[in-house]
Design a protein. Structure first.
Length: 193
């Protein structure tokens, strides 16, 4: 009697090991987290809202500068920063330049605030600015801001930042000592002012 022994030197294994499964699940988790951060709709909407706010501030600034060029002064404003809410003969003229003062009704609250500022310089006399600002949707406590001109003593920052729409400002427009300051702002390309 002869016995034949078969020896499988290379047995076939089926399935994955536990380590392989853990590696695949970890990679999928990382990819899912990365994808969700890119696709996060609230973040995307807040970025889009900031872009709209920057464009709106630019249009308001153009209208106010047009009014200043035609009339020789910046329009008055109300306590809530709405120049169209102010009474007077110039209100009708300002309507031709601005049309309507924007209001925010989106999920990201904010108020467009306008403030004409006159500073007195010992050497230059009265220096007039106008300032438009609104809070940022992406960064609460920061503002999108436009200041009509640069002045070493009254705005700080770089001359290149005057007359531009800036972002990430720590102060909104106001009558206070730093209402027209854009030293803490950045330009759209993130260059500091």
């Amino acid at each position: 009697m002869r016995f034949i022994f078969r020896k499988d030197l290379n047995p076939v294994t089926k399935g994955f090991t536990l380590v392989e499964l853990l590696i695949v699940v970890s990679i999928l988790g990382i990819l899912a987290a990365f994808t969700m951060s890119i696709i996060n709709t609230r973040t995307q909407r807040s970025r889009a809202e900031d872009a709209v706010r920057q464009a709106t501030v630019q249009k308001l600034a153009q209208g106010l500068e047009g009014f200043y060029a035609a009339e020789g002064f910046y329009p008055a404003t109300t306590a809530n920063g709405d120049p169209l809410g102010a009474t007077g003969a110039n209100r009708l003229t300002l309507l031709n330049y601005i049309g309507v003062w924007p209001t925010q009704t989106t999920e990201f609250p904010g108020t467009y605030y306008y403030n004409p500022i006159t500073e007195i310089s010992a050497t230059e006399g009265a220096i007039t600015f106008d300032c438009v600002s609104i809070g940022m949707a992406t960064t609460p406590g920061r503002f999108i801001k436009y200041v009509s001109r640069w002045h070493a003593g009254f705005t700080g920052g770089l001359p290149a930042c005057g007359g531009k729409v800036l972002k990430n400002c720590t102060r909104q427009c106001s009558d206070g000592a730093y209402g027209n300051d854009f030293l803490t702002c950045t330009q759209n390309d993130e260059t500091p002012c």
